[in-house]
Design a protein around this ligand. Structure first.
Ligand SMILES: [Zn+2]
Length: 308
């Protein structure tokens, strides 16, 4: 069974900040054209992520360079990769074409200026996580909780996201920021998070958070990073599937999707090392779930919950 894959998170663009390699087949990239095709990936999200340690003036430059890498190396006609600028563009993908979605992981580089939101929407951004782990002008992140939750600027971003059908991503938010987003966002998503009940990493969602996502009909895309799957030792496909089981048990079966975090992770699940390996996960899932259910996890659930 070779279902198409929709993967809501990878960090290729940030990797290009270290080294400009060939997107075609560079072995340094988990997500390259060869691996996308090998894994039957139909839609891949590419995050703009800014290292929080770089100087403030460098942040917008880093974001713009990542936009350049996206346009120069990824979205090329000869790659048959099409930039998805509106959700409805996914329906128009032809056989053999791959859709590329531009997302933001942490709005530090907007520097509190809402005009920058409009500019990056113009560039085609369709999903925004207000923070990475650190706090910024918009919200507190999971490693820097200043007790503010989502700020006035963050609220302004979420209102615009709602109006323009941009997803608001809760992965990486502090707990208070998460609950604020639950209240404010029309289109919430966890693009790459697992279940805290099975692996108590702060990046994972606790049961109350998962139930709130389910109540809101918000997609939860599981992440392939071993640190978020098992508390110690190597992570296997079976370990990852336990997170899917858990989210299903909390009512999320129709909301589960994939958010690999490829190129943002230095350790891998065994047999899930790069984008060509997604089918190994589907094959394992088919031992426990019906074809329809696995099709849902691979791509259909996400399509069913797109902003209308
Ligand atoms: Zn991340």
């Amino acid at each position: 069974m070779n279902f198409p894959i929709i993967d809501l998170h990878c960090d290729v663009l940030y990797k290009y900040e270290q080294q400009e390699v060939d997107f075609m087949n560079a072995p340094q990239l988990d997500v390259n054209l060869q691996n996308l095709r090998g894994g039957n990936v139909k839609v891949q999200a590419f995050a703009i992520f800014i290292n929080p340690k770089i100087a403030k003036v460098e942040k917008i430059k880093s974001a713009l360079r990542q936009l350049y890498y996206f346009k120069t190396y990824v979205v090329r006609p000869e790659n048959k990769i099409v930039h998805i600028k509106n959700w409805s563009d996914i329906e128009r993908l032809q056989d053999g074409e791959i859709g590329a979605v531009l997302t933001i992981e942490g709005v530090d580089f907007l520097e509190g200026d809402i005009k920058m939101w409009h500019l990056f929407r113009e560039f085609g951004v369709l999903s925004i996580g207000l923070t990475w782990n650190n706090a910024n002008e918009a919200a507190d992140g999971v490693e820097e909780d200043l007790g503010r939750g989502v700020t006035a600027f963050g609220r302004e971003i979420i209102q615009l996201n709602n109006k323009h059908k941009v997803l608001t991503d809760v992965s990486h938010l502090s707990e208070k920021s998460f609950w604020d987003v639950m209240e404010l966002a029309d289109y919430a998503i966890a693009s790459h998070s697992n279940a805290k009940a099975l692996c108590s990493h702060r990046r994972n969602l606790n049961d109350e958070q998962i139930k709130a996502m389910v109540a809101k009909n918000a997609p939860i895309h599981i992440v392939y990073f071993p640190m978020f799957i098992v508390e110690e030792g190597e992570a296997t496909l079976a370990h990852l599937i336990k997170h899917i089981d858990h989210i299903c048990a909390l009512g999320g079966k129709n909301l589960i999707g994939l958010g690999s975090d490829f190129d943002g992770i230095d350790r891998k699940v065994i047999n899930l090392e790069n984008a060509s390996k997604h089918p190994n996960l589907l094959k394992e899932l088919l031992k426990y779930y019906s074809e329809d259910e696995v099709r849902g996890f691979a791509y259909q659930n996400f399509l069913n919950h797109l902003p209308k």
